[in-house]
Write a protein that binds this ligand. Sequence first.
Ligand code: IPM
Ligand code: MG
Length: 320
Amino acid sequence: MTVVVLPGDGIGPEVMREALRALERVAPELELEEHAFGAQAIRDTGDSLPDETLAACKASEAVLKGPIGDPEFDAAEVRPEQGMLRLRAELDVYANLRPSEHGHVNILIVRELVGGLYFGAKGVREDGTVFDTMEYHPDQVERIARRAFELARGRRKRVVSVDKANVLETSRMWRRVVTEVAADYGDVDLEHMLVDNAAMQFVLETDGFDVVLTENMFGDILSDLAASLTGGIGLAPSASLSDSGPGLFEPVHGSAPDIAGKGVANPMAMMLSTALMLEHGLGRADEAERLRTAVWNTYWELRDPERTSAFGDAVLKELS
Ligand code: IPM
Ligand code: MG
């Protein structure tokens, strides 16, 4: 089984190093193959997602990816984030699972990842107006909704679908399609919620949420909010799944250029993303559980260790 490793930018290589040490411990027989991606790939090849990297990802069993992004390219024509969106689209990993678990809070955000505002028509009109458009086809909504209901069945059987149906056409269609899908899942409770209210309820009624189903941009924003309610973004992993090909596993956080290279980044989200890869990407629930337990035990023991490598060392000790 080949896993493609994309260490990424900023703190990426540092947190990836610790994740791989732990991965090699729990699943030593996996073939790990590192490829260029992100800012460094732009410097080396002019493209943040070089062809050979994309081909390797498509041929792999799973892709383990660090955060990308570099202020050097903020105003550039070619930016690391473009390669990341292309990779998500090329792998068709439309189902982005972002769990936030901590104490009594247990929210699973199911974010549509390859449509909406991120992928709709965009451009500049002659008069200087700049536009991005939110576009969805009902089929795109249906497949992510089915995923959310399936996942809810294995949990507390509650789906909150988040939209802005009082304003957006896409949201009104979203609501209609989700309601239709819900008819096939009579055992799962469905509630529709407007995104502004959802942001407030996340803070006021955090315990009330189980599965949160939403479109790409709303999911981006709400997943940072959910992470902040449950220990911070340094702890938040994600899994992005397609219907058949390899999944993509990455932390929710960014490349944190301000602390890059200092050896102080928290590798927990990268390690928990690795556990999600074992579970959802490679079908190895036992190894996933072993890694997750070691990471959480380390967290309760050390809380915020000063050094990235100290956290990694402690996880290895837990695993031995
Ligand atoms: C995330 C990130 C990305 C996103 C950025 C880096 C393009 O914020 O995975 O949440 O918006 O999807
Ligand atoms: Mg984000």
